[in-house]
Design a protein around this ligand. Structure first.
Ligand SMILES: NC(=O)c1ccc[n+]([C@@H]2O[C@H](COP(=O)([O-])OP(=O)(O)OC[C@H]3O[C@@H](n4cnc5c(N)ncnc54)[C@H](OP(=O)(O)O)[C@@H]3O)[C@@H](O)[C@H]2O)c1
Length: 322
């Protein structure tokens, strides 16, 4: 627990392994190329000083965890030095049904056993409940989580895509502290900021982030993690097309100008915007590209000014501050 508490009290970049393991289709096997690709990405992440890794049982139908497991096997001294976090609670049923969520005792316990098997480890530092399950039953959830802690299979519990009320409910149901909440927060997904200035003002209309969720996490030591923090590259090099919103082009121009002025990468500027927020948000970067992984670390080299930060926010949301 000391390793986890120490890490969670700092601000860091997490490596998100969703892209590793080849194809999403379960029937497409892992190839040598996928293993080499994962190795190159993970080697680079570790060379960059990243010690926190994010996975989920559903990523690439489990193959993301399998290739991660191969990497751990090749580097046996690594396990104790890093934080491994994975997630359970989603069934990917595929079109036309979409996802189903499942916090039942059998799903959670079996899913964790599957994760540990694929990773070739006997514990997770953090288990995240991936998305809220409206059919969650108090007794079942508690029994599953208690058993996993008692058996030493998980060392702490967190959530993903949940608001403050859901966090409180799960803490009450399980009697466990929620240590982290992983949400989509980025220069593209700015509603977590806009809602704090948009109260009682038209800029606060039609936002998709509940007021109070961020503040709850800040006040209660729930470490915030952001998924898709690079906005999948739209401000830092991904090819844009005619359908791309004008706000993206404008924001990208500002990102590029700041990157040039500060002599850092555009990826670094995009992450520095997120990391300047006092909530100490920890980006979960998902690029497999070693150059982009290294670029991400530029976020630690700069502090955006208030003017730069607001200029990016206003351009991205396409609204003036009230
Ligand atoms: N909790 C949740 O519900 C949830 C949901 C989604 C993701 N996650 C986690 O968050 C992590 C990151 O999410 P993410 O991968 O969606 O977001 P991201 O880190 O914002 O973006 C990475 C993705 O964008 C591509 N990309 C980035 N820059 C690019 C550029 N300049 N040109 C072309 N492509 C570019 C990357 O491709 P390359 O690999 O080719 O660079 C990669 O596919 C995941 O690995 C996962 O661990 C969690």
């Amino acid at each position: 627990m000391e390793k986890i508490s120490k890490t969670l009290s700092e601000q860091y970049i997490i490596y998100g392994a969703m892209g590793l393991g080849g194809d999403w289709a379960k029937d497409k096997p892992i190839t040598e190329e996928h293993i080499e690709e994962a190795k190159a990405a993970l080697n680079t992440a570790i060379e960059c000083g990243i010690t926190f890794f994010d996975l989920a049982d559903i990523y690439k139908g489990g193959k993301s965890e399998t290739v991660f497991g191969y990497y751990l096997k090749e580097n046996p001294t690594l396990r104790e030095k890093i934080i491994i976090q994975s997630k359970v609670g989603i069934h990917l049923t595929g079109a036309p049904f979409g996802s189903r969520f499942d916090f039942s005792y059998s799903h959670i316990t079996q899913a964790v056993d599957g994760i540990l098997h694929r990773l070739g480890t006997d514990y997770l530092d953090i288990l995240l409940l991936h998305r809220p399950d409206p059919l969650m039953e108090r007794e079942e959830l508690k029994r599953a989580i208690d058993e996993l802690f008692t058996q030493g299979k998980i060392r702490s519990l967190g959530v993903s895509n949940m608001d403050h009320h859901q966090i409180q409910l799960i803490e009450t149901y399980t009697g466990r502290k929620i240590v982290a909440n992983q949400l989509e927060l980025s220069l593209l997904k700015t509603d977590f900021v806009i809602n704090t200035v948009g109260f009682n003002n038209p800029v606060g209309n039609n936002l998709n982030f509940p007021l109070g969720a961020l503040e709850y996490c800040m006040l209660n030591n729930v470490s915030l993690q952001s998924w898709s923090p690079l906005a999948r590259g739209i401000y830092s090099g991904r090819a844009l097309d005619a359908a791309t919103d004008e706000t993206v082009y404008k924001t990208k121009e500002i990102v590029e100008r700041i990157a040039k002025d500060r002599n850092v990468s555009a990826d670094g500027v995009v992450l520095a915007w997120l990391m300047k927020h006092p909530a100490k948000i920890n980006p979960v970067i998902g690029t497999k590209n070693p150059v982009r992984i290294k670029n991400a670390m530029d976020a630690f080299k700069i502090q955006l000014t208030r003017d730069e930060w607001y200029e990016l926010l206003v351009a991205s949301k396409g609204v003036r501050m009230p």
